[in-house]
Ligand binder design. Sequence first.
Ligand SMILES: [Mn+2]
Length: 340
Amino acid sequence: MIAVLLGSSLLFSCAGSGDELRSKIDSLDWGPDTCLVYGHKAPDVDAVASSVALAHLMCGLGHDCEARLAGPPNRETKYVSARLGFDIPPVQESVASGTRLILTDHSEYAQSVAGAREAEILQIVDHHQAGDIDGVPFVVREKIGAASTLVWELFGKAGVDVDDKTAAVLLAGIMSDTHFLTKNATQRDTTALFSLAGQLKMDAGQLSDLSKGMMEADNDYSGMTGTEMYLDDVRDYVLGGYPVRIGSLDWTGHEPLDAFLDRVLEAMRSLDDGSTLYFAKVDVRAQDGAAESYVLYSGDKAGEAAIRAFGAPEREGVCRPHRKINRKHDLVPMLTKALE
Ligand SMILES: [Mn+2]
């Protein structure tokens, strides 16, 4: 079942109502020009995949749409596009006023392509909590593992076949955001992933090999500066009234943990011009497989919030909650509370 929000208030379930879904989409104010479909800035695989596939779906429904990237693709996206054989859309970092937009995998202006505030946003398909973008006439929002799963479900609901290339794109998006169904995955993500794998004739061994390659590409920081590492998977928010930037990194064990944390801290301090609060979450996996996260901060105000949320720092700039932290589900609400 897909819940569709119309306007900001009316919620209806469109189970068994493919015609209704099509007519809602047809009734949007499409305008004369190509509508651009964007995931969030610092695009990850799910942001790319959900935007590419949703652009295909809208074309299949007769609406002229093209996907764009709000910033350069990351290493995991390049790896999986080469391996599965699909094209990455062009990067276009800003849009002209009045451009028709569809947004996937985000709901905050701070994470959206430059110019989004002056654009006409026709749709949002997202699996995060509602952000500050409102007044959008067609919204699909479900807190499940991947935005790509929502797009796959929309194909089924609209009665449009998923071609094999789009199937590969969507499979990559779900694999990436759910770490092959081990992170935030729901039954719906599982159903979508195995349906797509079946269509592509991929067995469990091939899927797990693909997942391993994707994670290795994602964690390959070789040749990157600390700043590039920090900016690689960063999200911007407004929390408790403050502009907040949160990076997410994995310690890979190629250098001592303290040296790795110091490199990230140094990058955050060099980027920090006092207008935004800088944080990072670094996931660490021990030899025995146990995982925990460190929370890094830059500056006094960010430090106060981090200490309020996680207690006294282990050393300057480094809090250690002694558990695994999720950026979306833990860090964002905890920092919001600490900053209010
Ligand atoms: Mn996502």
